[in-house]
Design a binder for this molecule. Structure first.
Ligand code: SAM
Length: 273
């Protein structure tokens, strides 16, 4: 029986609130799997297993697949769909409520890759969860609505460039890999999607004090339309102005026009003086 038939046989009801549009196109599933550099030492964390078409393919390449699925009514169909896929473990829970290190502790692996196909509003909390819990992830492959795919790697001066962009780009090289037509999902959603790949930076930008760096960036963007003079009142503005002058900018600029490298330099010079 194929996946659709198993879902039907189990009278599975699709739930919009969980963003349930399942991807069943074999070519696209293969293309997603090939983005991950999965080896026989890799554990793949898959968030939002759904009907497990991707899970099956991941399990053939990886050492283990640790999947999370919030919808408990998928438990029975998944038992059938994943029958014989012995290196797959599914946790039926909201991924955002888990402690990732605890869940990983019983597995043996050399590297971690993450795959997630979830509504956009949960995608960012998921990525920041891996950063906050200090999980050393090689790659995160996410599927999001096509029109938001470029937001993660927004460049200075654009509407989407904000403190989150800087935070994510500090840890990862971020690239849109390809778009995925709405026609390949079951049921068909209203929008096309895109695959975005977050690869761990081989060499992070040098920042002498990460905590200060992130606070400075957050404060600089606190009111996006205001200048640094307004947003950074609690800092030594003369000092910041002098640092900005070294790259031909000044305190009357907005944070959206400062690059991540410049924020790093402001941090390093500010704390060393
Ligand atoms: N990976 C499958 C695929 O590509 O066909 C399913 C993708 S479907 C768009 C998203 C899946 O994530 C749904 O099965 C949904 O129930 C599950 N989900 C949504 N929010 C979740 C959460 N917070 N934690 C775990 N799973 C979640």
């Amino acid at each position: 029986m194929n996946i659709k038939e198993i879902l039907n046989e189990n009278e599975f009801m699709f739930k919009k609130k969980f963003g349930q549009n399942f991807l069943l196109d074999q070519n696209i599933l293969n293309n997603i799997v090939s983005l991950g550099n999965i080896s026989c030492d890799t554990i793949v964390i898959e968030i939002g297993v759904g009907a497990a078409a991707l899970t099956r393919k991941l399990s053939k390449k990886a050492k283990h697949v640790l999947g999370y699925e919030i919808d408990i009514t998928l438990k029975e169909p998944l038992q059938e769909i994943l029958n014989g896929y012995d290196n797959v473990n599914i946790i039926f829970d909201d991924f955002l409520n888990r402690n990732i290190k605890d869940d990983l502790k019983d597995f043996d692996y050399k590297n971690i890759m993450v795959v997630a196909n979830l509504p956009y509003y949960i995608t960012t909390p998921i990525i920041t969860k891996f950063i906050d819990e200090k999980i050393d992830v090689e790659k995160i492959v996410v599927m999001v609505q096509n029109e938001v795919a470029d937001r993660f790697s927004a460049i200075p001066g654009t509407k989407s460039y904000n403190s989150l962009t800087i935070f994510l780009n500090y840890y990862f090289d971020i690239k849109k890999a390809f778009t995925v037509s709405r026609n390949v999902f079951y049921p068909k959603p209203n929008v096309d999607s895109a695959i975005v790949v977050f690869s761990k930076k081989a060499k992070k930008i040098e920042v002498k004090d990460e905590e200060f760096f992130f606070k400075l960036v957050k404060d600089a963007f606190v009111q996006k339309r205001k200048t640094l003079r307004n947003n950074l009142k609690r800092y030594d503005l003369d000092k910041i102005n002098n640092i900005l002058k070294s790259f031909n900018k000044d305190i009357s600029i907005r944070a959206e026009n400062i690059t991540i490298e410049e924020f790093a330099q402001i941090t390093n010079k500010y704390i060393s003086k």
